[in-house]
Write a protein that binds this ligand. Structure first.
Ligand SMILES: C[S@@+](CC[C@H](N)C(=O)[O-])C[C@H]1O[C@@H](n2cnc3c(N)ncnc32)[C@H](O)[C@@H]1O
Length: 232
């Protein structure tokens, strides 16, 4: 759970270098993770989709590549990040500044809500998840992509060293904003993953939570559904 003013201003400061820094820090793996999520979303077959915390539109663009017919809305509360998404000129996509906690959509508007590397940065995870549940139609799908901590005993300490020491250093050099990336490491440690995320999703009203670890668990894709025919 994060301070929204800090998050908004941190992303505003790094917006111009966000995409290139991501690819450098993950050695391009973030592109593969979003591709995987885009294919998973396509297979769920939604006609309408909200990409929440869309930021620079990286996930939205991948989804449109594999499912060009989707009516996609991207929302983010940081205008400079959305400017990057606008620069991609994604045809038919609606982009708007909106806070996940106060989504300006009627109940049950979307078949699918996606959120990549966004939920972790929100002020209240349960509040944000309930808001996503509200705008999903009954039976609609939530797809979350976010960082997690590897469970393998050999990988975990190595990754911890990279995350806490190496990453803020390199990112600081690339963006001049080392603090934003020290925050990133801290936020990953706090964020629930695996079974804990499943329990959080269920406590917010979602059903059928599934966790699919990626790259030894450095990231995880979570899916869950709004129950059929429920009110929120
Ligand atoms: C790490 S970026 C992710 C961008 C994009 N989804 C991606 O895959 O690269 C996180 C984004 O979450 C947005 N964000 C954080 N809290 C938010 C909130 N409460 N409402 C809307 N957007 C939020 C930030 O502004 C930022 O653009």
């Amino acid at each position: 759970m994060q301070d929204p003013e800090f998050v908004q201003s941190a992303f505003a400061k790094i917006a111009g270098r966000y995409v290139v820094t991501n690819h450098a820090l993950s050695f391009g793996t973030d592109i593969l993770w979003r591709r995987k999520v885009a294919r998973l979303v396509r297979d769920l077959g939604p006609e309408t989709l909200l990409d929440l915390a869309t930021g620079s539109g990286d996930l939205a663009a991948e989804i449109l590549k594999v499912a060009p017919g989707i009516r996609l809305t991207g929302a983010d509360f940081c205008a400079p990040m959305l400017d990057r998404a606008r620069a991609r000129q994604m045809p038919g996509v609606t982009l708007l500044v909106a806070d996940a906690m106060r989504l300006p959509f009627a109940d049950g508007t979307f078949d699918c809500v996606t959120v990549a590397f966004g939920l972790r940065n929100m002020a209240s995870w349960p509040e944000a998840l309930r808001s996503m549940l509200r705008v999903l139609r009954p039976g609609g799908h939530l797809v979350i992509l976010d960082f997690s901590l590897p469970s393998l005993p050999v990988i975990r300490p190595l990754y911890g060293f990279y995350l806490n020491r190496v990453l803020p250093l390199i990112a600081g050099l690339l963006t001049g904003e080392r603090g934003a990336y020290q925050y990133l490491a801290g936020s990953i440690h706090q964020f629930p993953s695996g079974k804990a995320m499943g329990e959080l999703l269920e406590s917010c009203g979602f059903v059928e939570p599934v966790a699919r670890p990626l790259s030894f668990g450095i990231a995880t894709v979570y899916t869950a559904k709004r129950p059929d025919g429920c009110g929120t």
